[in-house]
Design a protein around this ligand. Structure first.
Ligand code: BGP
Length: 480
């Protein structure tokens, strides 16, 4: 039964972050080195680099983050002041299993999240927890080759079981892998490392490796869903995908087919997580390659048994694709990569096309395809903010972006009947950007005094968007 007049009365308004982008304390409480700890900051057009272990003399922004590890009581208090009903973060796998392959968990790490969740619950803020958000133990990359190795399923399950049991009375909402579908871009070393701990090896067919690694992750995800429900039947365990709708540049049939293929190549992950099976085109494609992937009958059964309770997704932008003459259609992410600008929408300084209607379109597309509730667990506007001498930040551009997206999200609910659980804008407090490793690409309602070289007092201050979002939450989205 749909109630299409308003957002749910228990709508989960909040904000989202990920452990490695804000906690810092990278060697405290017995924490091990994660893949995020070996990533430098990019600067002046130079991309951030993944180094071979932590190397002296280089700057690794995630090592300190914004020192949330020590300052979280102050930050959670500010979230409570904004009226957050929930707070999405992740558990750093390396705090619980520093290397990833231990049998016994690290008690100091478990205690940290006990305290963090208690602090949230003190204000009636529900923790929404991602198990793996771009931060797997680096040891698993070096020793086992990351997710190309089936053993990772057991290591992940050990981690999932420990945290599900430990926090079963504190956390109800979970997600397995953050933006699991980003690795479909198997030419991109950053996505491969953050999603699956994959370093391309000489002569390796990375497309094949991606499909293998993704399969193991999907099996691990399904197993975790199943186990979580056994531990606490009230758990709500979701998938998490990067939702970037792909439009044909024109109505030319070849462009339309290309956009369809690009959507298939990006969203088959959700087909598996929501529908419990590989889509036909992908079964056919993999068979045609004669790759002999390690996909067992038992795996396929697990995928069916561990479908998710809801679809968590990020939404920042849409993209446009255009077919090239005489170039056959491929079955890969390459269809999306050679995208063309959409002349009907503007883009951010980082070229991310701003398309609020695309959010409504995407929500409808998913509602038609998957019979699941949805949860917008990331959305936001990365921008360079100007802090004034009185510590104020006038970020009207951020308010405009969020307002336009909330309007479209509401239409998807009130006009189109999409079942939406909540909305947690990304980087509710400024943090280290995942893509650039810089602080200057900011998303927060709360400004953090720190620059791209790591200098600053780490002092927190409210931006204009803070009071605006407080008002939005208070009115359950009626007063924008
Ligand atoms: C998503 C990630 C986040 C986050 C966000 C913004 O892909 O899930 O971790 O960082 O994008 O990206 P960026 O930090 O590169 O601006």
């Amino acid at each position: 039964m749909v109630n299409t007049k308003h957002l749910r009365s228990d709508f989960l308004w909040g904000g989202a972050v990920a452990a490695h982008q804000l906690e810092g304390g990278w060697q405290e409480g017995g924490k091990g080195v994660s893949v995020a700890d070996v990533m430098t900051a990019g600067a002046n057009g130079v991309e951030r680099k993944i180094t071979d272990g932590v190397q002296p003399g280089l700057y690794y922004p995630n090592h300190e983050g914004i020192d949330f590890y020590h300052r979280y009581p102050e930050d959670i208090k500010l979230f409570a002041e904004m009226g957050f009903k929930c707070f999405r973060t992740s558990i750093a796998w390396t705090r619980i299993f520093p290397k990833g392959d231990e049998i016994e968990p690290n008690e100091a790490g478990l205690k940290f999240y006990d305290d963090l969740f208690d602090e949230c619950l003190k204000y009636n803020i529900e923790p929404v927890i991602t198990l793996s958000h771009f931060e797997m133990p680096y040891h698993l990359v070096q020793e086992y080759g990351g997710w190309r190795n089936r053993k990772l399923i057991d290591f992940f399950m050990n981690f999932a079981e420990v945290v599900f049991k430990r926090y079963q009375n504190k956390v109800k909402y979970w997600m397995t892998f953050n933006e699991i579908n980003n690795q479909t871009d198997y030419d991109n070393g950053f996505s491969l490392m953050t999603n699956s701990g994959l370093k391309p090896q000489n002569g390796e067919n990375m497309e094949k490796t991606m499909y293998q690694a993704a399969h193991y992750e999907l099996v691990a995800s399904a197993k975790a869903v199943k186990l979580g429900h056994q531990i606490n039947p009230n758990f709500q365990i979701g998938s998490m995908i990067a939702m970037v709708p792909l439009y044909p540049a024109t109505s030319k049939p070849a462009d339309v087919m290309k956009a369809e293929r690009a959507m298939q190549a990006r969203y088959w992950f959700e087909d598996v997580q929501s529908n419990g099976q590989y889509p036909l085109w992908l079964q056919q494609y993999q068979a045609n390659q004669s790759w002999n992937l390690d996909i067992t009958a038992e795996d396929l059964q697990i995928l069916q048994q561990g479908t998710v309770d809801y679809i968590g997704f990020s939404y920042y932008m849409s993209r446009c694709v255009q077919a090239h003459e005489d170039e056959p259609l491929s079955y890969s992410y390459k269809e999306e990569k050679d995208g063309v600008p959409n002349k009907y929408v503007k883009a951010s300084e980082w070229g991310w096309q701003i398309d609020p209607e695309g959010l409504r379109y995407a929500m409808n597309w998913m509602a038609d395809r998957y019979d699941k509730p949805q949860f917008i667990v990331e959305n936001g506007f990365g921008a360079i903010d100007q802090k004034e001498s009185d510590s104020s930040v006038h970020d009207q551009y951020r308010i405009d972006y969020l307002k336009a997206h909330i309007e479209q999200m509401k239409l998807a609910v009130t006009e189109d009947g999409v079942d939406l659980m909540g909305y947690t804008p990304w980087g509710c407090i400024d943090l280290v950007s995942a893509g650039t490793g810089q602080m200057s690409k900011r998303y927060g309602f709360i400004y953090v005094d720190k620059d791209d070289e790591g200098h600053g007092s780490l002092e927190r201050s409210k931006k204009d968007s803070f009071a605006w979002y407080q008002k939005v939450i208070k009115s359950n989205g009626e007063n924008l």
